[in-house]
Ligand binder design. Structure first.
Ligand code: FES
Length: 68
């Protein structure tokens, strides 16, 4: 496991649902192409704040992984 993978495992992106950056990256690698796909696969954005704190970060991660 790389240092980046370890950091991603502990970095919580969706605080409400306790979803890590690593989990979100894996969902994208498994085929998630947008925030709705990530929500279905991980539960991120479906917490008490309804995604107001995490949606922008998830979009950034999608761009980072897919590269557009
Ligand atoms: S931080 Fe993700 S739903 Fe609230």
């Amino acid at each position: 496991m790389t240092e980046e993978e370890i950091k991603d495992r502990y970095k919580k992106v969706c605080i409400c649902r306790s979803v890590s950056k690593g989990t979100i990256k894996q969902a994208i690698k498994d085929g998630a192409k947008n925030v709705a796909d990530v929500r279905r696969r991980t539960g991120a954005t479906s917490g008490a704040c309804k995604g107001s704190r995490c949606t922008a970060t998830i979009n950034d991660i999608i761009k980072e992984v897919i590269g557009n």
